[in-house]
Design a protein around this ligand. Sequence first.
Ligand code: DC
Length: 218
Amino acid sequence: MVIAIDGPAGSGKSTIAEMLAQNLELDGGGRFIYINSGNLYRALTLACLKDGVDIQNEEAVVSLAQSVNLDYKNGAVFLNGKNVDALLRSDEIDNAVSRVSANVPVRRIVNDIIRRIAKNNNVVVEGRDMTTVVFPDARARFYLDASADARARRRFDQGVSELNIEKIRSSIEERDRLDRDKPEGSLKIADGVTYIDTSYLTIKQVYEKLEQIIRLKG
Ligand code: DC
């Protein structure tokens, strides 16, 4: 079973997807794996920055993406065999990752990895094009949204960014623009998804809404 969640940066989808994967159990005891697709783009961005690959050079980025070993195991991203989860949330990666994720052949590589994992497992997968391109037929599909103000506040409260709240908000708005203007896999509200604005909801309230709908869908 596939549960797919899309939405802009800071809409709460990673937290919710991870909670769902931890707590949901299918009749018969089947469990879910959580896949954060944005982390795969972030890991490729990290590889570019480490190897000095110019992210504007699309061909160089594709050839690097083809040469690295990228995998998702136990909820963490492995780049060439190393767990890189702790390195993926820097301001440097935040600024560069939209460019890497706009690269169409790179999207195919990432989507193949995700589909391969979903083939043999129940998954809760989140990103920007999970409900549209990668799993348009997922059993449950959600779009989580929130205002730019609410999202900037959440990012600021995480305490991982060195920017002030206004700068975080501008960076979020710039990323929204890049996400929506991508040639492929752009952020859209797909027909048939359940749309939830999380701006004024607690994590618990959002979680309960999704869990209830997933149970209804079996
Ligand atoms: O969810 P996130 O902010 O960690 O995602 C990082 C970047 O990757 C962001 O610019 C959006 C992009 N992304 C994408 O294009 N498609 C996805 N399925 C997931 C993320």
